[in-house]
Design a protein around this ligand. Structure first.
Ligand code: NI
Length: 174
């Protein structure tokens, strides 16, 4: 397993539509393992393949709290089949938008179909933090970031700060 660098916004690789996986083979399993390790190292609760520069429909999650038993999930080709009318608001962050957070309102529950680590088709219904986290990660596969769900003013402010931080880093590295 390997820890990979996480791309931070703004970056065109975070705006693409990722390609379907179709079959979870050893290559995809290696990608899932690397993503899980990368997410854990970064102390995140979710990561999508485009965030490490891989344009495939793969996401990993673990919403277990500190001290709880880990609950890793590794999903390929996740498809949201149903969204509840009821909404829920969570303060969201993202490993690609470090140090920025905003309240995002999404459907409170979803039903999801995906391919698991063993290439089996699974269907689950989830709510709460896990439902929000899955929607956030599935968004990444379509080039959508959590800031795309908030006001234009707030989004502009966050992206300008991130661009500035990125310029400062590249100048420091030059
Ligand atoms: Ni994210």
């Amino acid at each position: 397993m390997a820890v990979l660098p996480i791309i931070s916004a703004p970056d065109p690789r975070l705006k693409i539509k990722a390609r379907p996986v179709v079959v979870v083979d050893d290559d995809v399993r290696r990608l899932m393992d690397d993503m899980l390790e990368t997410m854990r190292k970064a102390i995140g609760i979710g990561l999508a393949a485009p965030q490490i520069g891989v344009a495939k429909r793969v996401i990993v999650l673990d919403v277990a709290r500190q001290g709880e038993e880990p609950q890793p999930m590794m999903l390929a080709d996740p498809e949201i089949l149903w969204r509840s009318v009821e909404l829920a608001t969570f303060n969201e962050g993202c490993l690609s938008l470090p140090e920025h957070y905003a309240d995002v309102t999404r459907p409170a529950a979803i039903r999801l179909r995906y391919l698991d680590y063993q290439n089996e088709i699974r269907e689950i219904e989830v709510s709460g933090l896990l439902a929000t986290c899955i929607q956030h990660e599935v968004d990444h596969l379509d080039g959508v970031l959590f800031v795309d769900h908030i006001s234009l003013v707030k989004r502009g402010m966050i992206l300008r700060k991130l661009a500035k931080a990125k310029r400062a880093r590249s100048l420091a590295a030059a």
